[in-house]
Design a protein around this ligand. Structure first.
Ligand code: ADP
Length: 449
């Protein structure tokens, strides 16, 4: 087992990783930017090192400084969390070259899955269902784009091969807007990912986003856990996740789980990862991407399975054998996670950084809270706006919703705006309560667009 782990991240996920390390008896080193000195993850860790200025490119993305911090502190492994360098092949390569264990899959898996065009091709070859599409990059100057789109059938969606966080996507209803949408998607992709390559696929109307947590060890064994339904999204980004899905039958769960496991096996996946699918109205399911890291929404799976995924991730990275068998997983109930962001839900979700005054965060039966904020903490404007994850576990979905609704009413955060009122609205919505929501639920039924 590792002795000292450096956590190359900040916020709630850095705190989450430190907790796992501590339970495993591993020493922790936090890194932080100039503005994050007072951050909870810095206070939590055994040791902390400042790696640069506020801007992420100078600190949490600053590979030379992070590696230097690991070497100076005598770390033997690096946990990348999610975001920042978590899915950066080059970073995994540098870690390896510097004899630091990267707590994640192999650099080959990250590379194959990090480029969506490559990932989709590989999955198709492995017999995993994929969405009908362009089977490769499309170029705005190529006159064949019109034939390709016609063959797929409108509406189509343009997506960035390096995509993430819902960026670089454009839905195209007809040929008139195809060219301009491609140009816009390319511009957005270049700005966000420094890679303008895009591809085209069929736009699935009113799909459900269903994903499977997978785990793999270094000896070729892979398994899957019960699905997460992440259909409540804003601008293709998840806001609420739950497990199990209210819409998936046991038969479909098993079928999709096995496909997810095959997808993981196809890239010889080690540690924890997620295989994402869209499910259409007829229950046909299609692979969309694989995330090669721990995800924001991992706690819902932890709540319904009782498995500590971060500890499993660390153990698998250290070379332990996989001991979890998917078929033996009894689901402990129903879990829902609400992502509370420092944003104003009444002003188009404009970020709301600033100093937190009075603070009360919920607890009580069935409630888990993953956060890094405290009273007097100043949320910097430089990073993402997630400030807390509230996770509710109930014996069934109704109890999980009741617990989440009650927990949301307890939230008191003075000094900044937050999105808890939006979550309360969703919990009270009849359609949501019935469990029949697709990815367009939030804009259509809550935001009224
Ligand atoms: P990202 O990596 O940016 O998160 P994904 O490929 O995971 O992008 O897709 C994010 C979300 O975008 C999906 O959950 C879904 O809501 C929407 N989406 C992506 N592809 C399609 C598609 N072909 N049809 C309909 N919606 C899609």
């Amino acid at each position: 087992m590792f002795k000292k782990v450096l956590i190359a991240n900040r916020g709630e996920i850095a705190c989450r990783v430190i907790r796992a390390c501590r339970e495993l008896g591993i020493k922790t080193i936090a890194i932080h930017s100039e503005v994050d000195r007072e951050s909870m993850h810095v206070k939590f860790a055994d040791q902390s090192i400042c790696v640069g200025n506020a801007s992420a490119s100078e600190s949490y993305l600053n590979i030379p400084n992070i590696i230097a911090a690991a070497e100076i502190s005598g770390a033997d492994a690096i946990h990348p969390g999610y975001g920042f360098l978590a899915e950066n092949t080059y970073f995994a390569e540098v870690c390896e070259a510097c004899r630091l264990h990267f707590i994640g899959p192999s650099k080959e898996s990250i590379k194959q899955m990090g480029d969506k065009i490559t990932a989709i091709k590989l999955m198709k070859k492995s017999g995993i269902p994929v969405i009908p599409g362009s089977d490769g990059p499309v170029n705005v100057d190529d006159p064949k784009i019109f034939d390709t789109a016609k063959k797929i059938g409108y509406p189509v969606i343009i997506k960035a091969t390096a995509g993430g966080g819902g960026k670089g996507m454009r839905i195209v209803a007809s040929k008139e807007s195809l060219k301009s949408s491609i140009i816009m998607a390319q511009t957005e992709a270049k700005a966000a990912f420094e890679n303008p390559d895009i591809y085209m696929e069929k736009y699935i109307e009113e799909p459900h986003h269903i994903e499977f947590q997978i785990l793999g060890d270094k000896y070729g064994k892979t398994t899957y856990l019960p699905e997460r339904d992440c259909s409540i999204q804003r601008r293709h980004q998840k806001l609420i996740e739950e497990s199990p899905s209210p819409l998936i039958s046991d038969t479909l769960r098993k079928k999709m789980g096995k496909v997810a496991r095959n997808a993981a096996a196809a890239v010889k996946y080690v540690t924890v990862g997620t295989v994402e699918f869209l499910v259409d109205k007829k229950d046909y399911f299609y692979f969309i991407e694989m995330n090669t890291r721990i995800q924001v929404e991992h706690p819902v799976t932890e709540m319904v399975t009782g498995i500590d995924l971060v500890k499993e991730q660390i153990k698998l990275a250290a070379g332990e054998k996989l001991s979890i068998v998917s078929e033996k997983n009894n689901i402990l109930g129903h879990a829902i996670e609400c992502r509370i962001n420092a944003e104003d839900p009444n002003k188009d979700f404009i970020p709301s950084p600033g100093t937190i005054g009075k603070l009360f965060l919920p607890g009580g039966p069935g409630i888990r809270l993953d956060t890094h904020v405290y009273s007097g903490y100043t949320i910097p404007p430089f990073y993402d706006s997630l400030i807390a994850k509230i996770i509710a576990l109930g014996k069934d979905r109704d109890e999980a919703i009741a617990r989440m609704s009650r927990a949301l009413r307890e939230v008191e955060i003075e000094g900044i705006k937050n999105t808890s009122s939006l979550h309360s609205k969703i919990m009270a919505n009849e359609k949501f309560r019935k469990g029949s929501v697709s990815t367009n639920f939030l804009p259509k039924y809550i935001l009224g667009r």
